[in-house]
Design a protein around this ligand. Structure first.
Ligand code: ATP
Length: 446
């Protein structure tokens, strides 16, 4: 049974809280500014997505290297990049109810909440300010980065000089970014503190269009093969010249059909040599790349694929959340079952080991199996509380692909019942074969 779009966000937000994925931030103080805590399963899911990304795009390639640069950089870098002047959104206030909106997100000319008159739009800078050191004067003013990209452009010279890479090659970074968003909301879709996974891919200007296409293909592979999003839910939106940033030669927004509307998931842009030329001008440093063959120096173009990590978590949860029917203990009866059909590679827990009853011999056998699985580096959970049906439901809700039940027969035949999350089919396999079986199935079902 599909969940209707109007219910889906509520079902998800409540499941996330109930099952330890995502909680309201600062909740005991009444919450704070649409901030969210990732709970024990949420952090595992987020780590799995981040690691899958790093493995695919950094470790999995010869032409991308990683960095980790500071959140607070020399503020001169943000001046040079144009962020201090232009990293803004148009802000309007309702003169009646005093609510604030992003002018570019409104369809009418009056307040969407109360119909009141709106002020004229003014540009509002999204960067968070802070002070570095013990004084709080203008000379100590600094900013929290609004995107991870800036640090990679500033580190480009050192990466270029230390890594001896030939063009084209990319620099990758994952980390927090901060934006004082005018209208945060829709759960973790738009928050003021979020995580990005970005690559700045440096390429000779004439090869930039082909590199753009190649990254578009790579992003499609990520969306369909790793996150397993249905291609029908994803829109590749070519941004027209008039609507993209002035320095961009081409931009595609990769959008997802969230229940609250189709909106940006990721972005891909050909940023030309805009960033390097600005930093070169501001610092007087030579940021060009010397082609050892021609002896010519060129300022590379940059293709920038940009992924929001929290939006990835949101899209994955929405895509794989489902309600179907499962048999109850009463013969012939069925009940609704909430299940997260996460790709096994992303699931927070890969296998749950469940003794059928809290009997010493079954418990010992189950705990022994947990150790065997853990030794293989596979995320496993042991659960002996409540009825077996309730334990299955709980694992279904957190997206565990396989439950392994130890019963009295297990003590005799040394076998365990493997229950598949999606089909609920059960098969018996030798306990000794479980770690290899799991490893094989995790590879088979990425
Ligand atoms: P939007 O149009 O939704 O404000 P954007 O075009 O400003 O997004 P980019 O600057 O391209 O976003 O940032 C790259 C990616 O970072 C986005 O595709 C998105 O996944 C993520 N992202 C941006 N802003 C936020 C936010 N406030 N909360 C969560 N993720 C964000």
């Amino acid at each position: 049974m599909a969940i209707t779009p109007d219910k889906k966000m509520d079902v998800l937000v409540s499941l996330c809280k109930r099952r330890g994925f995502i909680f309201p931030g600062s909740e005991i103080y009444g919450g704070f500014a649409n901030s969210w805590d990732y709970g024990p399963y949420g952090v595992e899911l987020k780590n799995n997505i981040r690691n899958a990304w790093w493995n695919l795009f950094v470790r999995g390639r010869d032409d991308v290297v990683g960095v980790d640069t500071p959140i607070i950089m020399n503020p001169k870098a943000w001046e040079a990049s144009g962020h201090i002047k232009t990293f803004t959104d148009p802000l309007v206030d309702c003169q009646k109810c005093k609510k604030r909106f992003r002018a570019d997100q409104l369809s009418g000319i009056v307040c969407p909440e109360c119909g009141g008159k709106l002020t004229a739009a003014r540009q509002f800078n999204l960067m968070f300010k802070t002070y570095v050191g013990v004084t709080e004067d203008a000379s100590a003013l600094a900013y929290l980065r609004p995107e991870t990209a800036g640090g990679m452009f500033v580190a480009w010279k050192n990466v270029r000089d230390s890594m001896r890479k030939r063009l084209p090659f990319g620099v990758a970074q994952v980390g927090k970014a901060f934006r004082n968003e005018i209208t945060p909301g829709n759960f973790i879709f738009r928050t003021r503190e979020f995580e990005q996974m970005e690559i700045e891919y440096f390429v000779a200007p004439e090869n930039a269009p082909a590199a753009f296409e190649a990254w578009l293909d790579a992003m499609k592979v990520w969306v369909t093969d790793v996150l397993k999003l249905d291609p029908a839910h994803v829109v590749y939106h070519e941004i027209s010249e008039g609507d993209r940033a002035f320095y961009s030669a081409r931009t595609i927004d990769i959008e997802y059909a969230y229940p609250f509307g189709t909106s940006e998931l990721y972005g891909l842009a050909n940023r030309t040599d805009h960033d390097l030329s600005r930093h070169q001008e501001a610092t007087g440093q030579d940021l060009r790349w010397l082609d050892p063959e021609s002896g010519k120096k060129i300022l590379p173009y940059v293709i920038e694929p940009s992924w929001g990590l929290d939006r990835s978590v949101l899209a994955v949860l929405l895509e794989h959340l489902d309600i179907d029917e499962a048999p109850t203990t009463e013969k012939g009866e069925k009940e609704d079952r909430c299940v997260l059909r996460l790709p096994p590679s992303l699931a927070p827990v890969k296998a749950a080991v469940l003794p059928l009853m809290k009997k010493e011999k079954l418990v010992d056998c189950a705990k022994d199996l947990v150790q065997q699985i853990r030794r293989q580096g596979i995320a496993v959970e042991y659960d002996e509380s409540a009825s077996i049906g309730k334990r299955y439901r709980r694992q279904d809700e957190i997206g565990t692909p396989w439950c392994l039940t130890i019963d009295h027969d297990s003590l005799e035949d040394k076998k365990v019942t493997v229950r598949d999350r999606d089909s609920m089919a059960q098969e018996r396999i030798l306990i000794a074969d479980v770690p290899a079986w799991l490893t094989e199935h995790l590879v088979q079902k990425p």
